[in-house]
Design a protein around this ligand. Structure first.
Ligand SMILES: [Zn+2]
Length: 269
């Protein structure tokens, strides 16, 4: 599979169908708070969709700023998160880094999926044919990736896939437009101050939901342990940037996300 010819790159569509990786919404779950769009534009943003980023936005941006990627970090090995990894990494000779247990998924990110899920994932990257990145390296929990002033810490968070990884940065995109208190329901004890750091959660944690565990590599017990021991251990003043949907804060998710309020809602597959 390695080095197989590339097909066309995905079309420049930002239209994301409902992500195929979400856990079912609990019937009792009320609609979440409206998304607050961050102000300003920075070198990284919470607004770009995965399918439109590499070919249509990121590569032209890098060219315009005369920047060369030194590595491509991904949170896990599902197709909708790695579809354009080779397109960004290979021309720069950069490695693609992801949780070591998920490295094998880059041989064929669709392996083991039934026809319905294959179609759902491919619908998010229309017209795509898979190409494995030329250089792939595994990350372990605790690893740090340093590029200039940017330091990214990998935190193992298995459950959605074996190698799902949280990527933590001690900085916040879009300046100071987020507060740890944003979106908290009335009556919740106030959380003072602005967010101080960012966690990219992939398909582990979304605003108001978590990743499903019934795909290949998914494990309900591992996910519940991750939610309890890893996600809930994060401080309130962390900006949560999920792999799908709007950003949030840990304070908001701790107070409103039904799967954090009761990880047992997540049934074992
Ligand atoms: Zn996924």
């Amino acid at each position: 599979m390695r080095g197989r010819a590339v097909g066309r790159l995905p079309r420049c569509s930002s239209a994301a169908s409902r992500p195929a990786c979400w856990a079912p919404t609990p019937p009792s779950w009320p609609p979440g708070p409206a998304r607050r769009a961050p102000r300003g534009s920075a070198s990284w943003s919470t607004r770009a969709s995965a399918s439109s980023t590499a070919s249509c936005r990121l590569l032209p941006l890098l060219e315009r700023l005369h920047l060369r990627p030194v590595a491509v970090l991904v949170t896990h090995g599902h197709l909708d998160h790695v579809a354009e990894a080779a397109a960004v990494a290979d021309p720069a000779g950069a490695p693609v880094l992801l949780g070591a247990p998920d490295v094998h998924r880059l041989e064929d990110p669709l392996e083991g999926l039934g026809p319905q899920l294959r179609a759902a994932l491919l619908a998010q990257v229309p017209g795509f044919a898979w190409r494995r990145p030329a250089s792939v390296r595994g990350l372990s929990g605790g690893d740090e990736v340093v590029a200039g002033a940017l330091r990214v810490r990998a935190v193992a968070a298995p459950g959605h896939t074996e190698g799902s990884t949280l990527l933590v940065v001690d900085d916040v995109p879009d300046g100071d437009s987020w507060s740890a208190a944003d979106g908290l329901p009335a009556g919740t004890p106030a959380v003072a101050g602005r967010v101080r750091s960012t966690v990219m959660t992939g398909d582990v944690l979304f605003a108001g939901s978590v990743g499903r565990t019934d795909l290949p590599g998914g494990d309900g017990a591992a996910m519940r342990a991750t939610l309890r021991d890893v996600v809930l251990a994060l401080p309130d003043d962390v900006l949560v940037v999920p792999g799908h949907g709007p950003a949030s804060t840990l304070a908001r998710e701790r107070a409103t996300n039904p799967y954090l309020l009761d990880p047992d809602l997540l049934e074992s597959p």
